[in-house]
Design a protein around this ligand. Sequence first.
Ligand code: NOJ
Length: 711
Amino acid sequence: MEKSGLEALLKEMSLTEKIEQLIQLHGNFFGGAELLTGPEAEFNLAEGTPLRIGSVLGERGAEKLHKLQDEIMANQPHHIPAVFMTDVIHGYETAFPVPIAIGSSFNPKLAERLAEAAAKEASAAGIHVTFSPMVDAAKDSRWGRCMESTGEDPWLNGQFAAAMVRGFQGEDYGEKGRMASCVKHFAAYGAVQSGRDYNVTEISERTLLEDYLPPYKAAVDAGVSMVMTAFNTINRIPCTINEHLLRDILRKEWGFDGVVITDYGAINEVVIHGSSENKKDAAEKAIKAGCDIDMVTDCYSSYLEQSVREGTVSESLVDEAVMRLLELKNNLGLFENPYKDGSPEDEEKYCFCEEHRELSRKAQEECTVLLKNNGILPLSVKQKIAVIGALADDKEIIGTWALFADKLKTVTLKDALERLYPEAEIEYVLSDSDTEKAALAAENADAVIIALGENQNYTGESRSRADISLFPEQKILFDRVYSVNKNVVTILFGGRPLAVPNEAERSAALLEAWLPGSCGCYAVADILFGKVNPSGKLSMSMPYCTGQLPLSYITFSTGRPKPDGAAEFIPFISNYMDAPNVPLYPFGYGLSYCETEYSAVWLDKDKMTSDDKITAFVRVKNKGYMPLKEAVQLYITDEKASVVRPTRQLKGLRKISLEVGEEKTVSFEITAEMLKFYDINMNYTAENGKFIVRIGGSSLTENKAEFWLEN
Ligand code: NOJ
C-alpha cells in the first residue's frame, strides 16, 4: 500500500480502534478468562478487545495463525491484519547454540546465516517479527541472561547485532522467508546491579553512551524494524518512560523511525517502581516517552482513551504510534497477504530440516572454546575412555529461549559419541552423585571426560546466581575422579562463564561448550576426537571468582595500578588480597590444536589526521598439523586523553581460515572515527596524541605498533 493509503486509513479509524492497534496480548487472551492468571486475570479489557488488537505475542503455527488472523480481521472494523511477534532467539524448531556461544564464534557472518535459517522456519510457521537480537553488554556472569547476549564488548555485540538484523530481515523483510527484527532491551539491561535480573542500573552518561549504547545503534543503522525497552531503570528512570533514551537518543539522534515496544508488562512495572501514581499515569508517561506498543498490560487499553479525551495526551501521539505500526504491517506486506509466509507445507519442509540441523552442528564447531590443553586432546578412539556427569546425557542443553524446539530431539554428548564414534570404548557414569562408580570407571580408563556446569534451567531470564562456582556435588565428583586419574578433560556446559579455577588448574584440558543447541554435541564430539579444530574465543571474560564481578577486559588505569604480571597481593595498590585482578581466561581467548604464529604488527605510516587513515598489517601462519580458523583481533589504546580511557578496546576482527602451513596477511584500516570518545565536555571526538595498535589472538596480545593522530 502507498503511504497515502495508510494515512487515509488512519484518518478513518476511531480513537478506540487506534488504541487497540497499540495493544499486544498473548494467546491465552483468546482462549477465555479461565486461562488467565496473576495480574492478567485482572485486566480490564472491553468486550471483544482481544480480537481487534494490533499484534499478538507468542503464538505460532501456520494453520493456527491463519485462523487467528481471519478472526482478527473479521472483528477489526477496518479489517487490519495483526502482526504475530515472538522470541526466535537462537533458532526456531532447530535450536542453534545460545547467543553467548555464538558470540564465542567471533564470526558475525555465522550469526547472520543462523538468523536467516531461523527466519525461514519461523516465517513458515506464520510469525512476522522476532524479538531478537538481544545486544545488552553482559559483564556479570551472575546475571541469568548472559546466555542471551553475544558478550561483554560493545563493538563486538554491534557486529553481531547488525549481522543478525541482516540475517532475519534480508534486504526486504516483506520477502518470503524473512521476518522483521526487534533489538532489545533498550538500554543497558545487562548492567543490572549485582547481576540480579530486573535490578536497577546505575551508570554514568559517558558509560552509557560509550560502553552500552553502541550495539543498539549498530542494529538501528542496520535497519532494525523495532526496538524493545528494558525493564531496568537508568538514572533512576524506568527505560519504558525514559524520554531521554527513547526520544532524544533513539529517535532524534539516531533517526529511528520504526516501532518501539515495551517489554512484557513493563508499563505496569513503572507503577511498581514507584515512578507513577497509577496505570493511567504510567500509560501517559509511556506514550509520551515514545512507546508505541504496550506488551501485555491493560494500561493503554484501559486508560489512554480517557487521557486523550481529557487532553493530557495529544491524539497526535497516538496517531504517530499507530502510523509506525501500520508501516510495519505494510512493509511486511500484510495488507496484501495477511498470512505472509505461513504455510503448513513449508513449515513441514523447513522446520528442523536436515540442512538446519547440520547448521546447528557446524555452528557449534566455531562456538566451542578450548581453554586449556596439555596435549591430551584430541583423544584417540583407541584409548579407553570414561564419560562422567549428568550433563553428558542431558537433553536440557538447548537454552531456555529455544521455545519451539523439541528438547526430546536434542543430541546429547553421549548420543553424539555413540553415533559418531561407535568404535570407541567408552564407559558412561551419568549421575553426579555416583562418585564411587565414577571413580571406578575413571580408574579403568586412559582418559576421563567429565561434563560439568549447568543445564538450561539454571540460566535465562530471572535465573541469576549469587555464586557462580560449580555446584557442590560437581566439585566432589571432580575431586574424586581426579584423585584416581589425572587425565581429565573437563567440558563445561551452561549459559554463563562459571568460576572454575581449581578444576581448570587440575584438568588436563578444559572445553567450554555452552548450551550447544539441537545438534551441537556432534561438534563437541568431533573436537574431542580431533576431526574438528576448535576456533572459539571467549566473548565474555571468564572470572576467577564471583567477587571479581562485574568483569571486563575493558578496564581503566587506576591511580595505583597493579604491575603487569605481579601475582601476589601488594598493599596500597588496587588489588585483592584473596584473588587476582585478572580473569581466569580473558576476553578473546581460545586455543586450537595448532600453533598460530603472528608476525610483528606493521603500519603503512605512523601519523594521520582526522580525514586520513592508517592501515595496520600482520601475517598469520598455521604452524600446526590441521586446518584452522583464527579470530584475528585488533585492539586500540588511546594513551592520554582529557578523560580516562580504556586500557584497550576491540576495534576490528577478521575470522580467517588457514590450511596447514598457510600464511595470510591480514589488514585493518584505522580511521579517526574508531578513535572517538566522549571527551571532558561530552563531545564525541578524537583527540590528538599517541595511540597503540595491538593485533593478536586474544585481548592479552602485546603484539603492537604506535601511531599519532595529528591535526
Ligand atoms: C520478557 C523478556 O524480557 C523479553 O526478552 C521477551 O522478548 C519478552 N518477555 C517477550 O517474550
